[in-house]
Design a protein around this ligand. Structure first.
Ligand SMILES: Cc1cc2nc3c(=O)[nH]c(=O)nc-3n(C[C@H](O)[C@H](O)[C@H](O)COP(=O)(O)OP(=O)(O)OC[C@H]3O[C@@H](n4cnc5c(N)ncnc54)[C@H](O)[C@@H]3O)c2cc1C
Length: 396
């Protein structure tokens, strides 16, 4: 029989992802000697998510390989949710019914997969990817050269199609946009990425609307498109985006911004609540580098924000000035790196050779100021791009 406890810590880290884990590491690296408690609701302690669609799905990276090392003197509670947060009294209640008071709290609850509320959505064989367990279930289900249909032509859809193709599956990507990654990278890069996927046997179909999942009984057998065509499928993977997990934040009265994240200032302090910070996928902050509000869903960005919060807790007055970066791999066919982000742009400057798959795309505004840069197969100078994004100097 468990008994309820009340305790207090100096720093409470809510959520067991990379943002919280990096905050814990940075606190210790920078010499913080107070007590640190990390509370996460997953089965596993903090781990890297990117291998879920890559090495872990392909079976080359185990769950143990994905774990993030934490200092021994950081207390970690897994399988425990923060159920209630009183940001003024500075106390939380856990799913164990224990209460914890704190001096500082980082809320880093990440994001949840966006689900497609279509007819047939509850059939067996339809997968979403957020955890290593999701990837294990998909690999098992897709085993044996089966037909896998991806709904969504962005990172999850394209990376998963590449990984499952290397395992012998036949993969089809269905997406509303005309080309994969179109919305992120523009037409030149998107057309190139389609050619990479197709040259390895992936079927890519743009400009289609998925209306329902079909099949006799409980098991999915196809995906119905607008116009009634049915694309046969033994397995379906939906990669249609993530939703910032602000359930706890909203319930606690923390401010939610227009981009769907918890509203923070340039130092990632939650507006109106001293001692409360946010980082990662659900943090919406004022970027002094970009001169606007940002919310970014990428691993290194989440880590960098966790580190910023640790420093701010230790008294730093510096804003978060990291230019967001991410990478994506389509099996070993192609690697992408990007700094930015740019939601729209006036022009694309291409350097290198698109035909040879060794090029970069620099996205500029009407004044030719650099907004973002995509490097394909390591061809771009991302450090130079970072500097230009931060300086806002027009390209020469
Ligand atoms: C399949 C996949 C592949 C990806 N690949 C890439 C990639 O190649 N490159 C890249 O840059 N990014 C990639 N990303 C994105 C990257 O993983 C995320 O941006 C990053 O994980 C965000 O970290 P976070 O700490 O903000 O949140 P999360 O990793 O979501 O962690 C938040 C944690 O908090 C927990 N939690 C939520 N509420 C509570 C609560 N009330 N109490 C306790 N715990 C709670 C959640 O269960 C979760 O474990 C990928 C993401 C996915 C899903």
């Amino acid at each position: 029989m468990s008994t309820m406890t009340e305790r207090s810590v100096d720093v409470l880290l809510i959520g067991g992802g990379i943002a919280a884990a990096t905050a814990a590491r940075t606190l210790r690296e920078e010499g913080f000697t107070g007590s640190v408690l990390l509370v996460g609701r997953e089965l596993d302690p903090p781990y890297h998510r990117p291998p879920i669609t890559k090495g872990h799905l392909q079976g080359t990276e185990s769950k143990a390989d994905m774990l993030i090392e934490l200092p021994a003197d950081v207390e970690v509670l897994t399988r425990s949710s923060v159920m209630a947060l009183d940001p003024t009294a500075k106390t939380v209640t856990l799913s164990t019914k224990d209460t914890v008071t704190f001096e500082h709290a980082l809320i880093a609850t990440g994001a949840m997969v966006r689900r497609l509320p279509l007819d047939g959505a509850d059939k067996d064989g339809i997968h979403y990817l957020r955890t290593p367990g999701n990837a294990d279930a998909l690999r098992k289900d897709a085993g044996g050269a089966r037909r896998v249909v991806m709904v969504g032509g962005s990172y999850v859809g394209c990376e998963t199609a590449a990984s499952l193709t290397t395992l012998g599956n036949h993969c089809t990507i269905l997406m509303q946009e005309e080309e994969p990654f179109d919305r992120h990278f523009g037409r030149t890069a998107a057309t190139y990425l389609r050619s990479v996927l197709e040259s390895h046997g992936v079927t890519v179909r743009g400009g289609v609307d998925v209306e329902a999942f079909t099949g006799e009984g409980d098991v999915v057998q196809g995906v119905r498109l607008a116009g009634d065509e049915i694309v046969p499928a033994d397995v379906v993977v939906c990669g249609v985006g993530a939703i910032p997990d602000v359930l706890l934040a909203r319930k606690s009265g923390l401010p939610i911004g227009d981009l769907g994240g918890v509203r923070c200032d340039a130092r990632l302090r939650v507006e109106g609540f001293p001692g409360i910070y946010a980082a990662g996928d659900m943090c919406e902050y004022t970027s002094t580098v970009h001169g606007r509000e940002l919310r970014v869903e990428h691993e290194e960005h989440a880590a960098a924000q966790g580190a910023t919060v640790a420093r701010v807790i230790m008294g730093s007055g510096d804003p978060h000035t990291e230019v967001p970066y991410f990478f994506s791999d389509l099996a070993d066919w192609c690697s992408l790196e990007y700094v930015g982000p740019a939601a729209d742009w006036a022009d694309e400057v291409i350097d290198g050779s698109v035909e040879e798959g060794a090029f970069s795309v620099t996205y500029v505004d009407a004044q030719r100021r650099v907004l973002a840069c995509l490097s394909v197969n390591g061809s771009g100078d991302l450090d130079a791009a970072r500097e230009r994004i931060a300086s806002r100097e027009p390209l020469g």
